[in-house]
Structure formats: C-alpha cells, structure tokens
Design a protein around this ligand. Structure first.
Ligand SMILES: [Zn+2]
Length: 689
C-alpha cells in the first residue's frame, strides 16, 4: 500500500470511522463542508444556564452502559478475569445482541438511538455519496460555517445539521417529562435539545481544526516523504535542530480570512537536559519528560481583539537528542469555554468541567491516527486510553450521584479503539504481529475488558434496589489480516472500466473511472452501488430489472471470490438493499453490502474509491482489527443485565433495535409505532416491567 500522497493516506486510517473532514473539504471545495468556527462567547451567552429541577427521585432508574465493540466471544474467553460481569452472567443476563448491517459503529448506534433500521435513519456507512458527482461526504454532522459581516461582527455562529433521520428515544422520553443524562453516544451530533435532560456529544464532535482529530508532529529530522507533504498523517512541521526553537501551532481556519488561512499560536521549545523539553504556549510552560503526556495546555486562537477560540491539547516529547521530535494531540474545544455547542444545554460542558476537571471533547478521542502513522508508540497510545477511560468514568460516576435522573446512558469507546489498534498483537497469524510488542501489549484488549468490568462493579455498587442496569456493545470484533480491493475486482470482472482501459489506478475518489462503461462502483466500507440511469450523474444501467440483474450477478460472483493465499472463499454474505433495509432513506444507501469472513475486510483504498493493483493485500498497518465489513451474524455485540432481559427463547436473540422500545417501556413512555424493534421482557424485583 503506497503512502506517497495525502489522498492515499486517508484510507489507511479512514477504515470505517476515521475520516478527516478537512480532506474532503479540500477536495470538494464545497462551502457547506468547509469548517470554520464561531465565537464561543456569543454562543455560550445565548444559552441560559439550565437548572436541575427538583422534585421526587424516581422509584426506578434505568442505567445503560455502552462499551463499543465488545465481542461476546472474548467476554466468554476472559470470563474468569471479569468477576463483576461473570456474576451478572450467572444471576442476570448475558446474550448476544444482533447488530445492524453493516456492523459499523455509526450505523448501529444510530439504530440504538432512533429505534430504526438504517433504511429509516439513513446512516448506512461512514460515507454518504452524492450520486451526481460520485463523491463521498461524511455521514453525520455537517458544518455550516460562522458568517461574519464587515470583517469583524458575527452574523451567525457555526452550526451543524445531521444526515441522520429520526429522533433519539431519550428525546421521546424527554417530551413525556422524563429526565435523561446521555453521555457520549456515538454519531448523534449535533445534539437534540432536551427540556429536562443533559447530553454530552461523542463521536461526530470535531476538533478545533474542523477535523475528526488532527495531530501535530514536529521533527528536526523529517524524512523526505514527510517534508514533501506537510499534511501527511496529520500536521507535519520541520524544526531547526537547536537548543531553543520557536514554531507555531496551527489551529482553526480564520473565519475572517478569504484564503482560509489558519489561526496560529506561538510555541517555544527549549531542551531541558537530554530527556526533557520545556514547552511554552501563551505564557504557560511545563517541562515534559520523554515518554509521558504533558498536562493539558490551554491554547487560545485569537480571531479579533475581542474574540478568542479556546482549545486544549496535550504534548508528548518523543525525543530531545540527537533529534528533537514532538507530538501534539488533536486540539479539543475547551469544555469550559467552547467555540461550538458540545453539550445540551450548552452550559452543561462547563458544569461537567467544574465537577470533574478537564476532559477531551473531540468525538474521536483516541490517538489511533498517531499510532497508525507511527508517530507515537503503543505505550503512548495505551497511556492515553487509560486516561480517557478515567475521564468518562468520572463523568459517569458524577452523574450516577444525581438520583433524579430516570435514564442514564454512558458510552465508553476505549474497548473498540484498543481492539482496532492491538488485535495484531494477540493474533500470531496477523501480518503485523510482532513478538516483542506482543509480549508487552498482547493483553491490551483484555485489559480494557478488565477495566470495563471494574467500571461495571463501581456502577452496580451505586444502584438502587429497583434500578435496571443494561450493558451493551454495538458490534463484535475480528482480526483484519487481509484487505480486498473491491474496485479492482469490479474492474477485473468487467463491471468497471477505467479511462484508457487501465487495470488499476493509484488515484482515489473514482477519478479515473470511465462512467460510460461502468455498471458498478464501490465506496465506503463494503458498499457497492449500481451506476444507475437517472440517479447517478453518468448512469448507464436501467433502474428496475436491469439493475437487479447486475446486482444479482455481482453478488453471485462475489460469493465465489477466493483468496489465492489461503484458497478459501472470503465473502460469506452479500446483502442486497431491498432484502436488508426498509424505510424512507433506502435510496441513500448502497445497493448491496459485502459481508466477509473473519480475517478479511475491504482494503484501505476501497472506502474512498481507490482501485490499486491486485485483488488482495496483507494488512501491515497497526489498525489491525475491524468489524465494519464483516458478516453481520458473526459480529454480534453483547447484552448484559443485572436482571433477566430478553426474548424467552434462546434461539430468538435480542437486537440493538430492541433497546429503544425496551427502555421507553421501562420508563412508562409509549413506544412510537414506527420503531423496528420490540420491547424485551424485563423481570424486575417486582416481577415484571
Ligand atoms: Zn470500531
């Protein structure tokens, strides 16, 4: 896999849910996609402080903990190391939880949130393609930049809309007068306004650069590759090799700059011996030793003398001698004074910051990108995992103290991010398996499960007699050893033709496709679209029977694809849209979705429309576990409870779609008729729901 250009870098980390918004903005030059920032002060000032209402505590609370990507097989395998969960497995419930097709986080969490299948909520993948241009955009939050007049005065702050349809079930409960606290549910940003409750944004909240999380990397010894592309794998900057160096941190686009220049803040560095660096930003300095994360630095980007956009980030000194190398985490919006709405009500982020101290606010709140690009090592990544675990735990425990809340939902994603990055170290057959690293970090995923168990134990200790605890994951996990180039396969099979009859291309975004001779194309994590007349910009396949025939032909040939390295079929299911989803957003989804056997995923180049040479490639990257292109029925999540929950029959497994109706029923709120799941039976202390 080449890493020669920025566009070829994107898929390597874009796997399913890692997709920098800024790169798309650069490509498409679309006004609505360019992220800039509004004035924090004005947004915050416009929203009054909401006071927690008094009144009697509910007789029963429903507490739902989400642990992203927790796999039922691994829970069973490590059961004797998970004492709290093991107790629940004996006395309460442990079931496999059916997930969505595809088993991807945003798709599954959107179904959890809205009670609808993807055909209803419209989040089929991490991308949403424009059929007219064939260009992918990111699903979820779409930014509408701040508007300024006369170069100075704010006309309208930055706002966001969502590509997700439907309403969160806790909003339904809120309208019925129920108070919810909803923490970091992925892919629900921008947040719906609540009358009684509180929400904290999770995956989907951008960093200050308007991306999902762009790091800075400075080095006095950049490789020629790094020097040639300053945005390679983050923001890469060159340093002079001296005892004292001055450089800048590049923040958000200046909303007053017509050329989209970025606002910067001065950064002063001075060696403090061989293994430490004195770092100074905006008058605050800290001596940071090699091998640990600094404390939070507050970083203010001044737009005008009257307005500053407030962020915060942490440094990691990688090396002082002989070369100076420094890493800066993505710049988070400061929860104490954010430039965008991070919570509902907006003042809630300040309230949380006062209660528990600083916490990350960017949705993609782990250093997967830095590790995948090998700017930081496993130690840095895992240290950050543990500190982020603590932040989310602190907020969760703080909210558990509030006995007036009837529904508390809190989602931890450390289990998913660690599995993505560390699967290679517990799979000796993985192409990126490394014995020395495995000896040190081979148990990283297991440790996150043990950490989950510890949190479960603490939450259980805080529950009242009648409280219901539900613990779920959105999908399971598999090793990702080999990548399948779907567009290259479509070319080989004659469904796609490149300009000039080429058999492969290094360029992304389907730029070299000859649409007059192309029947189908792949985008996203396992989606295939028919190049349909009247729908696609240059469609050639007639809608109806002809499109169905092409889809059926592709599906039957996909099932026969064999990896020459293992001589085994790799596609176990092909999900046709009409048999898989239903609802008003069906037309926005892929015409078919590939379901692969464990060990396989679509290649890194496929999601953004690349067609490299060859059909298969070893996955040598650190992003080594995945789930989004897997066969749905073998990628289930988990459902755990302190009570007996679920369909009576062991054959009838509960689904992530069942949570919304189950929880509303527990709260005594009528279930909206359009929901696709059903309320599960919950046997409480009083014998029923
Ligand atoms: Zn994941």
């Amino acid at each position: 896999m080449t890493t020669a250009t920025r566009s070829s870098q994107i898929p390597a980390r874009a796997v399913y849910d890692r997709f920098p918004l800024s790169s798309l903005a650069d490509l498409a030059r679309s006004a609505t996609m360019v992220l800039s920032l509004g004035l924090a002060v004005l947004i915050a000032a416009g929203c009054g402080e909401q006071r927690r209402d008094s009144g009697p505590a509910p007789s029963r609370r429903v507490v739902l903990l989400g642990f992203d990507g927790v796999d039922p097989d691994l829970v069973e395998q490590w059961r004797d190391k998970l004492p709290n969960i093991s107790k629940m497995m004996d006395a309460g419930t442990f079931r496999r939880l059916q997930t969505t097709t595809p088993p991807a986080s945003c798709t599954a969490w959107s179904s959890f949130t809205t009670g609808l299948n993807p055909g209803g909520h419209g989040i089929f993948d991490f991308i949403l393609r424009d059929p007219k241009t064939y260009l992918p955009d990111r699903t979820g939050a779409v930014s509408h930049p701040a508007e300024y007049r006369f170069g100075m005065f704010l006309k309208k702050p930055e706002t966001f809309t969502s590509t997700m349809s439907g309403q969160a079930f806790w909003t339904v409960a809120d309208r019925a007068g129920k108070r919810s606290v909803v923490l970091r549910v992925p892919c629900i940003y921008p947040l719906e306004e609540l009358e009684h409750g509180y929400e904290q944004g999770g995956l989907g909240v951008p960093d200050m650069r308007g991306s999902e999380g762009t790091f800075h990397y400075w080095s006095s010894d950049l490789s020629p590759r790094d020097a040639a592309d300053p945005d390679l794998g983050g923001k890469v900057l060159s340093l002079a090799n001296a005892k004292k160096v001055e450089t800048v941190i590049e923040g958000p686009t200046n909303p007053l700059s017509e050329s989209h220049e970025r606002l910067t803040v001065a950064l002063k560095l001075e060696a403090a011996g061989k293994d430490a660096l004195n770092i100074e930003v905006a008058g605050r300095s800290e001596t940071v030793e090699v091998g640990r994360w600094s404390d939070w630095f507050r970083i203010g980007f001044q737009v005008t003398p009257l307005s500053t956009l407030h962020g915060m980030a942490r440094f990691r000194v990688l090396e002082v001698e002989p070369n100076l190398r420094l890493y800066l985490s993505p710049i988070n919006h400061d929860p104490a004074d954010p430039a965008i709405v991070l919570t509902q009500p907006p003042s809630y982020s300040k309230e949380l910051q006062r209660a528990v101290g600083d916490f990350k606010t960017v949705g993609w709140n782990h250093e997967t990108w830095g590790l995948n690009e090998e700017r930081i090592d496993e130690e840095a990544f895992m240290q950050d995992i543990w500190s982020t675990f603590r932040e989310t735990e602190a907020i969760t425990m703080h909210e558990l103290e509030d006995k007036k809340t009837e529904l508390l939902i809190s989602v931890f994603v450390e289990t998913d991010r660690t599995a993505h990055m560390m699967y290679r170290l517990m799979d000796p057959e993985h192409p990126a398996y490394d014995q020395a690293l495995a000896a040190r970090y081979g148990d990283s995923i297991q440790k996150t499960y043990q950490r989950m168990d510890e949190i479960v134990g603490k939450v259980v200790a805080k529950l009242g007699l009648n409280d219901v605890l539900l613990i779920i994951s959105d999908h399971g996990f598999h090793s990702w050893r080999r990548g399948f180039n779907v567009n290259s396969w479509l070319i080989e099979q004659g469904f796609m033709t490149l300009k000039g009859g080429a058999k492969s291309t290094e360029r992304k975004f389907l730029q070299d496709v000859d649409w007059s001779k192309t029947q189908a194309y792949a985008l996203g994590v396992g989606g295939i679209y028919i190049n349909q007349q009247g729908r696609e910009g240059k469609g050639i396949v007639k809608a109806g029977k002809e499109a169905e025939r092409v889809a059926a032909d592709i599906a039957s040939r996909l099932r026969k694809v064999v990896d020459p390295k293992t001589s085994r079929p790799v596609v176990s299911e092909v999900y046709l849209a009409k048999d898989t989803w239903k609802g008003g957003r069906l037309a926005d989804g892929q015409d078919m979705q590939i379901g692969m056997v464990p060990g396989y995923r679509v290649s890194s180049a496929t999601p953004l429309g690349g067609a490299p040479e060859g059909l298969f490639e070893d996955n040598k990257k650190k992003w080594s576990g995945d789930h989004a292109t897997s066969q749905t029925s073998v990628t289930e999540g988990i459902l755990l409870s302190n009570l007996k929950v679920g369909p009576k029959s062991a054959e009838d497994s509960p689904s992530i779609l069942d949570l919304a109706p189950t929880i509303l029923t527990l709260l005594g709120v009528p279930v909206p008729p359009q929901y696709d799941g059903r309320a599960l039976a919950v046997t409480t202390a009083t014998g029923g729901q």
